[in-house]
Design a protein around this ligand. Structure first.
Ligand code: ARG
Length: 464
């Protein structure tokens, strides 16, 4: 559906002595992209008309005509038969003009006590509230999928890294739950942002309010808003809520991107920790052996555009005097693209999380490289009475010896180990096992398998 040029005159043209050029028309119009607000525009108009009738500003008959016309318009849009005209600039004027064609004067009375400025602000808020509810549901699905994966691998051990160097063994379940935490904070941010999205600008009219005896609370209640915007100038010009949403969305994508980076590394044959189901991967047009993790790579890449949209909106607002300025029309494309990108990404990731195959043997083999239990040996010596710094030093010598011999700490004999500290006894070997290492980190937030299971139970209770 593309908007078409027509010779029909614009809604505000009586004031003007010459028409705008086609290029200016295209430049100033928003119908190409804001027509996706149509369903919310109609919802807002119906709530406004209902209030106008209730307040005796328009007649009951007008209200019925408007309702009938809007129902017809809704079905035309749904059937793809609605004719969007570039000449009518935006979604609001296109719908109002068609309404007037269908029902006559009642259509012309709809705009009483209202401006496109408070109308568009209302539409975007309705749209964004809907998008936030979708995204919150998808974050929940992703968290559930990652929690299921964590449960399957509560005991699977892989090396944990700092500086990308082997640090200490961790459980894969614990690793997955780190992302469950991140996406949990994202869900909280979305819920918090929704509170400020869910206020009604309508009634602010162009900027100063209206001379008609409107009932803003009634419109707010009809549309499910928690409250009305308290200042008309702020109501028409505020886009904080869109910026907040984009900031929260940028963090969602940042978390997705971090996870993607890990998935890509883990799927590299050099690492081989996981495999990702074929339906999320593609091949190469030249190298027949390739199976590329395109989805995580693209998600990592798309994080850039979402970050860009956040900066675009911040920059859009920084120089605007009160109240509405046409600049604000530029809020839509970044916002729409942010919603689309985050929504699609989360939907795919919730599905892909269930298409990850873990290779516990490869993880385990990697955990045996890099002296991952060195800290456990130091902690062991501390528990036998050595001050931590001395224990650290003693183990550093032991590691050095292993490096020279090309073996692991657990490969050293009791005699060898006692050369580094006479406090070592034969109970040392259980401390040096991977299982002993993870099981010992047994407190809230630790990597021990039973803590992972407890954390899973907490997440499931929270998600209901
Ligand atoms: N298309 C405009 C927008 O997206 C609607 C509001 C226009 N208001 C105006 N006075 N020109 O912001």
């Amino acid at each position: 559906m593309t908007a078409q040029l027509s010779k029909k005159s614009e809604a505000w043209s009586a004031r003007f002595s010459e028409p705008v050029s086609d290029l200016v028309k295209r430049y100033t119009a928003s119908v190409f992209f804001d027509k996706r607000l149509a369903e919310f525009d109609i919802q807002g108009s119906l709530a406004h008309a209902d209030m106008l009738a209730e307040q005796n500003i328009i007649s009951r008959q007008d209200l019925q005509d408007i309702q009938r016309g809007m129902a017809q318009i809704q079905s035309e849009i749904a059937a793809g038969q609605f004719e969007w005209l570039l000449d009518l600039e935006d979604v609001h004027l296109n719908i109002e003009k068609r309404l007037t064609e269908l029902v006559g004067d009642a259509g012309k009375r709809l705009h009483t006590g209202r401006s496109r400025n408070d109308q568009v602000a209302t539409d975007i808020r309705l749209y964004l509230r809907h998008a936030i509810d979708d995204i919150s549901g998808l974050l929940r699905e992703l968290r559930l999928a990652l929690t299921d994966l964590a449960e399957q691998h509560a005991d699977t051990i892989l090396p944990g890294f700092t500086h990308m160097q082997v640090a200490q063994p961790v459980t894969f379940g614990h690793h997955m739950l780190a992302y469950v935490e991140m996406f949990g904070r994202d869900a909280e941010r979305m819920a918090d942002c929704r509170k400020r999205v869910n206020r009604l600008p309508l009634g602010a009219a162009a900027l100063a309010g209206t001379t008609f005896p409107i009932d803003r609370e009634r419109v707010a209640a009809t549309l499910g808003f928690d409250d009305v915007c308290r200042n008309s100038l702020d109501a028409v010009s505020d886009r904080d809520f869109a910026i907040e949403f984009c900031a929260a969305a940028a963090l969602v994508m940042t978390h997705v991107s971090r996870m993607s980076e890990e998935l890509v590394i883990w799927m590299s044959p050099r690492v081989g920790f996981i495999d990702i189901a074929d339906r999320f991967c593609t091949g190469s047009s030249i190298m027949p052996q390739k199976k590329n993790p395109d989805v995580p790579e693209l998600a990592r890449g798309k994080t850039g555009r979402v970050n860009g949209h956040l900066i675009a909106l911040l920059t859009l607002m920084k120089g605007q005097p009160l109240a509405y300025n046409k600049d604000n029309q530029e809020d839509k494309e970044p916002l729409f693209d942010t919603v689309d990108t985050v929504t699609d990404t989360l939907r795919i990731f919730a599905d892909m999380a269930r298409g990850i195959t873990v290779r516990p043997d490869a993880m385990r083999a990697a955990a045996f490289q890099g002296y991952a239990t060195a800290t456990d040996l130091a902690d062991y010596l501390v528990k036998k009475g050595l001050p931590f710094r001395d224990a650290h030093e003693a183990v550093a010598h032991a590691v050095r010896a292993c490096v020279d011999r090309g073996c692991d700490l657990a490969d050293l004999s009791l005699e060898d180990l006692r050369q580094f500290s006479s406090l070592v006894a034969d109970d040392v070997f259980q401390v040096l096992t991977l299982e002993g290492s993870v099981a010992a980190r047994d407190h809230v937030g630790g990597t021990a398998p039973n803590q992972v299971r407890a954390a899973i139970a907490r997440v499931r209770a929270e998600l209901g």
